[in-house]
Design a binder for this molecule. Structure first.
Ligand code: ATP
Length: 243
């Protein structure tokens, strides 16, 4: 549960992602997707402390986050990241004044040098358009290129569980398709578990194993992909697929 002051942003939500699975969390604007991602990555705790110091709103987080069998609710975001719980945030938030290569290397600063070198090569293999942009300043990239870079930077941090917060936002259908495919490739080739949020389920549903639907901070529906797709009401209401 997460309250912003008296507003209940996450209401009794319980989500899980098994190893090497892709879990989708879908919901409209303000459904609570980013609040969930901040809570899992620990950034919520930083936001709460900052608000407290600034005398701002009271944020209350109730419940727990279990990762690889351990309760990590009290761990700072940096400690969660060291264990492989990595957030690729909404709106990409790349370092816009640094080059592509610098962005990747910043992402890999905790990795062992050999791992960082290998992952850097992997990122360019996964996202070939970044190869000739490696010296380009991040802020000059297109939205799709920035998203590739944001995912690449997250990979550099050696995730075991990758949190992708609305990676497709504002991108063309072609770019969305490239990123959705890359997400599956990452899971298959890097053995990473992935939780991905999106406003619209349709582009992502083909690659998720399991999905949750959030409405006004509550998980109103969940199930295996096929189970959800087999239900005509769910299909038309949430996946934009007429039966
Ligand atoms: P979007 O698609 O717009 O990113 P979302 O599903 O990620 O939406 P959240 O950003 O988690 O939704 O927001 C959930 C609710 O909590 C919204 O009503 C939002 O206005 C509110 N909210 C988010 N952050 C804060 C904050 N720091 N203080 C107060 N209310 C907040």
């Amino acid at each position: 549960m997460v309250f912003y002051e008296n507003m209940l942003a996450l209401n009794n939500v319980s989500i899980a992602c098994d190893e090497k699975r892709i879990v989708g969390v879908f919901g409209a604007n303000s459904a609570g997707k980013s609040t969930l991602m901040y809570t899992l990555s620990g950034i919520m705790e930083d936001i709460r402390k900052k608000e407290l110091m600034a005398g701002g709103e009271r944020i209350t987080v109730l419940g727990s986050v279990t990762y690889l069998g351990e309760d990590i609710s009290g761990l700072k975001p940096s400690m969660r990241a060291r264990r492989g719980l990595i957030l690729c945030p909404e709106r990409r938030r790349i370092f816009s004044e640094s080059t592509v290569l610098e962005n990747l290397r910043i992402g890999g600063y905790l990795a062992k040098p050999a791992e960082a070198r290998e992952t850097e090569e992997y990122c360019f293999k996964l996202f070939p358009p970044l190869v000739k942009l490696r010296k380009r300043i991040g802020g000059f990239l297109s939205g799709g290129e920035q998203q590739m870079l944001a995912i690449g930077r997250a990979l550099m941090a050696q995730p075991k569980l990758l949190l992708l917060d609305e990676p497709l936002m504002g991108l063309s259908p072609l770019m969305q398709a490239i990123l959705v495919k890359a997400t599956r490739v990452i899971r298959d080739e890097r053995q990473v578990s992935i939780i991905v949020t999106e406003q619209y389920a349709r582009p992502v549903i083909p690659i998720v194993d399991y999905a949750f639907i959030l409405e006004n901070g509550a998980a109103v529906l969940e199930g295996e992909r096929q189970e959800l797709l087999d239900n005509p009401d769910v299909r038309s209401a949430y996946f934009g697929v007429e039966s």
